[in-house]
Write a protein that binds this ligand. Structure first.
Ligand code: MN
Length: 223
């Protein structure tokens, strides 16, 4: 058991286990750090955090090419449904059983819109696949319930935004990682724009291992 993860750059991942592959926030077109193109993504499901372009990204193209189901906030699923894509909606606090395991939605303190359209609550997601639990915080600041989310889901891996300005920066993200207390933390949502923090050097949560991934980097996490 375990998962294989490929970092797509920014907040995006491809998480694979057995016959299933989940693309999280597949922002490739227009992402200067992306090493893969949308037509190279093979997946069975797409999971989204906020509906903004730097997360929604190539969802429509990838979902259509793969006949992949989109698991996301209710309003995002309404939108993709209008494009003929199958959606599996949720909202914070909810958990959806899936063929690969389950996806739970958490709160995230952010906004969520796409081309001026309201896209519902921004969410973090907890993905359980291949026996591994992964908490992708989405775009958010730190909040006290991160400790509770850590206690409830006991994530093996947490993907934590550190880029500042639109999310927490490295200092707050360091505190967030200590609250969530995963076995491994992966910094995300930095670098591609000049406005954001350019390195993960200041993300140093004591007692939590940090894995800095390069876009395109592929690694396995076994349990
Ligand atoms: Mn973002």
């Amino acid at each position: 058991m375990g998962i294989q993860m490929t970092f797509l750059g920014h907040s995006g991942f491809l998480v694979e286990s057995g016959s299933h592959a989940v693309a999280i926030d597949p922002f490739l077109t227009g992402n200067p750090l992306a090493t893969l193109k949308a037509d190279q993504i093979k997946c069975t499901h797409i999971v989204l955090t906020p509906g903004h372009g730097d997360h929604f990204g190539d969802t429509i193209v990838i979902a259509k090419a793969n006949k992949a189901e989109v698991i996301a906030a209710y309003e995002i699923c309404e939108y993709v449904g209008e494009q003929g894509i199958s959606g599996n909606p949720g909202n914070p606090g909810g958990r959806i059983d899936t063929p690969f395991g389950w996806v739970a939605f958490t709160q995230a303190f952010h906004s969520s819109s796409y081309e001026g359209r309201y896209m519902g609550m921004p969410c973090g997601i907890v993905l359980h696949m291949g026996g591994v639990t992964l908490y992708h915080c989405g775009d958010t600041t730190i909040f006290g319930d991160m400790k509770l989310i850590g206690e409830i889901y006991r994530p093996d891996v947490a993907c934590i935004p550190i880029g500042d300005r639109f999310t927490m920066g490295p200092e707050l993200a360091t505190r967030a990682a200590k609250m969530i207390c995963p076995k491994l933390s992966v910094p995300i949502h930095y670098q591609p724009m000049d406005l954001l923090v350019q390195t993960a050097d200041d993300f140093k949560p004591q007692g939590v291992e940090v894995k800095v991934l390069q876009p395109g980097e592929h690694w396995a996490y076994d349990v």
